[in-house]
Design a protein around this ligand. Structure first.
Ligand code: PLP
Length: 396
């Protein structure tokens, strides 16, 4: 039997009719950038996350870059983050000119360990960037409390955690800003790249809107005023259909072009209706793996902290013989993944930071041990039983 790590074509079958209808309608409309489709999806996403503003962008990476820029993070600043994550988390800190400062993770949750954050804070630290890795929320209460005491901003990297909750609140609503990715493999995936920034802060939202579109027109002028105190009181002269704006080609800040396509917004709008059901099915699969694997000697299953709702972007268990396990599963037709094989502080791209092996031992251990199993909503019982049978056979 073949079990893929992810099979997006199977998900597409379920939603094909609705998505194709919406996307074709959008293509017939002649509106491909911005407009109602994007505004409607932003509103729906903001309501889902429980925040005032959602600003769509071209990717999760851009969401992080723009959020960091909008916070004013720059050369000479430090941002505290986790080494056990996708490269973009720390790459974006470096892109804006700041230094990523890595803090080791918790062995059970794989998330940044709040107990180890304060010892890394210096007078150059400007923000904490926790990641809800694999869909399990970070202890945001602790992180926000540390941030308050040291006057730091908090940006959540919620790229893997759309729909996850802590204390009844959704990830992306718990810091100054939340950053999401709609990369196709994510729990809410587009048919290409996409991303979103969420926030409750009106001024921060205006700055992000300006930065995503060339610092232009009314948002650009308002953002320049917020950032630099220079006033340009532009009349809100957009025509009722939103198509004509005399200030469109007036630019006030050096910024980016990072927009979510209208057809992606239409597709994501439809997929958002399915997200909770898809996440529940992921949780059922995780519960099945936990029941079947937690008693096996040689296996350490992932643990979710009490009171949290994880959305199981990945199911990553630990095992001493990670590579042998991956090869054995592959020989049986089961694909698995090695998220993440290198902790970020030891990535060649971050060599200039001067970290050594042994500096962050838990993250280093996890990268040698984590094996990610297939966990997507369309997996059936037969496939799940087969995956577990293969793992049992490996240990037998
Ligand atoms: C934790 C994390 N941060 C950032 C990103 C970057 O998102 P994107 O691929 O949409 O740029 C991803 C996804 O790939 C991610 O998993």
């Amino acid at each position: 039997m073949e079990v893929k790590i992810l099979d997006l074509a199977r998900q597409y079958e379920k939603i094909q009719e609705k998505v194709e209808q919406a996307v074709c309608e959008q293509m017939r409309s002649g509106m491909y950038i911005g407009g109602k489709a994007v505004a409607d999806f932003e509103k729906k996403f903001a309501d889902y996350v429980g925040v005032k503003h959602a600003i769509s962008v071209n990717s999760g990476t851009d969401a992080l870059v723009i959020a960091l820029k909008a916070l004013g993070i720059k050369d000479g600043d430090e941002v505290i983050t986790t080494p056990f994550t996708f490269f973009a988390t720390a790459e974006t800190i470096a892109i804006v000119g700041a230094t990523p400062v890595f803090v080791d993770v918790d062995e059970e949750t794989y998330n940044i360990d709040p107990d180890k954050i304060e010892e890394k804070i210096t007078d150059r630290t400007k923000a904490i960037l926790p990641v809800h890795i694999f869909g399990q929320p970070v202890d945001m209460e602790r992180i926000n409390e540390i941030a308050r005491r040291h006057n730091l901003a908090v940006i959540e990297d919620a790229c893997q955690a759309v729909g996850a909750e802590t204390g009844g609140r959704k990830t992306g609503s718990l810091g100054k800003a939340g950053c999401f990715s709609f990369f196709p493999t994510k729990n809410l995936g587009a048919f290409g790249d996409g991303g979103m920034i969420t926030t409750d802060d009106d001024n921060f939202a205006i700055i992000c809107r300006a930065f995503k579109e060339h610092g232009m027109a009314q948002n650009g002028a308002k953002a320049r005023y917020i950032l630099h105190g220079v006033e340009d009181d532009l009349a809100d002269t957009v025509s009722p259909d939103g198509l004509y704006n005399p200030y469109k080609y007036y630019n006030y800040l050096i910024a980016y072009n990072s927009r979510l396509d209208a057809i992606q917004a239409r597709a994501l709008d439809i997929k958002l209706d399915y997200l909770d059901a898809f996440n529940s099915r992921r949780a059922e699969i995780a519960a099945f793996y936990e029941k079947e694997l937690s008693g096996l000697s040689g296996v350490i299953t992932p643990k979710v902290k009490e009171g949290l709702k994880a959305v199981w972007h990945q199911y990553a268990f630990r095992c001493e013989k990670k590579d042998e396990m991956g090869n054995f599963l592959a020989s049986k037709g089961v694909s698995s993944a090695a998220f993440y094989p290198v902790p970020l502080h030891l990535q060649k791209a971050f060599e200039y930071l001067g970290y050594q092996e042994g500096d962050l031992p838990i993250a280093e251990k996890l990268t040698k041990q984590t094996v990610c199993l297939p966990i997507f909503p369309e997996l059936n019982e037969e496939e799940l039983q087969y995956v577990v049978a293969c793992i049992r056979e490996f240990f037998a």
